[in-house]
Design a protein around this ligand. Structure first.
Ligand code: TYD
Length: 220
């Protein structure tokens, strides 16, 4: 007898550089989906479980910087493995639509493109951390480094210290933007590049235009 297929929910990840507006947009999409009676789970990386939040603190405080980007990539991946196994996979299995703020594309870009970590090593880590839990859709919010940094600074109101990665210069931010664009180009099925300039409402509209048809074809 053929195995009964396991129905799973949709897995959507949000990606982009500093100040691209991911957090606001993920909340807007979550509210919209809830209004339409989708059962959702909103989560973020690094984080999402107690263990992963502890790793988040170690990395973002700069505590792991001295070990270099290879070790940072392993830490992000360790946090991801815990997050996937204990939060994302069970939610998908329960038929929820999972919205995740950053996922492995951030590792490819921050540790790979700007940290110069070997990409094959990162792909191997992805397999270990994710198994067959792969995003159905990745929304890459695209904004110039200059505008993104302006927004990130305004958000912080210059009051809170920038984290380990926000401290890096404009050239690094620009390189990351380019790396995200390359990912979108190479994986057009999974990744959609969203113009993140303009008002929150305008960007939310662009996102919905991409998400709506995917929901119709793939949702349980
Ligand atoms: P966070 O406060 O969540 O910022 P943001 O609003 O930019 O998402 O900080 C997460 C930081 O960690 C961010 O600068 C990107 C970085 N990061 C990596 O370098 N690699 C990764 O795999 C992930 C998930 C995040």
């Amino acid at each position: 007898m053929p195995k009964k297929p396991i129905k799973t929910g949709l897995f959507i990840t949000f990606e982009g550089g500093e100040g691209a507006g991911k957090s606001s947009q993920i909340n807007i999409l979550n509210n919209k989906l809830n209004k339409l009676h989708y059962n959702t789970l909103l989560t973020r990386e690094p984080g999402g479980t107690a263990g992963a939040e502890a790793i988040r603190h170690v990395i973002l405080s700069g505590g792991a910087e001295k070990f270099g980007p290879d070790v940072e990539a392993m830490l992000f991946s360790a946090a991801r493995a815990d997050h996937v196994e204990n939060v994302i996979a069970p939610a998908l299995k329960a038929g929820k639509t999972v919205l995740c703020d950053r996922f492995f594309d951030s590792t490819r870009v921050y540790q790979g493109a700007t940290g110069k970590v070997n990409m094959d090593f990162l792909y191997a880590l992805e397999k270990v951390a994710c198994g067959d839990i792969w995003p159905d859709l990745t929304l890459i919010l695209d904004i110039s480094a200059e505008e993104g940094m302006k927004r990130a600074n305004a958000r912080r109101n210059n009051a809170i210290e920038p984290d380990r990665f926000e401290k890096e210069d404009m050239a690094a931010q620009e390189m990351r933007r380019e790396a995200f664009r390359v990912i979108a180009e190479n994986e057009p099925q999974r990744c959609k590049l969203i113009n993140a300039s303009g008002t929150e409402k305008e960007v939310a509209k662009r996102i919905w235009k991409v998400v709506e048809p995917v929901l119709k074809t793939k949702a349980v």
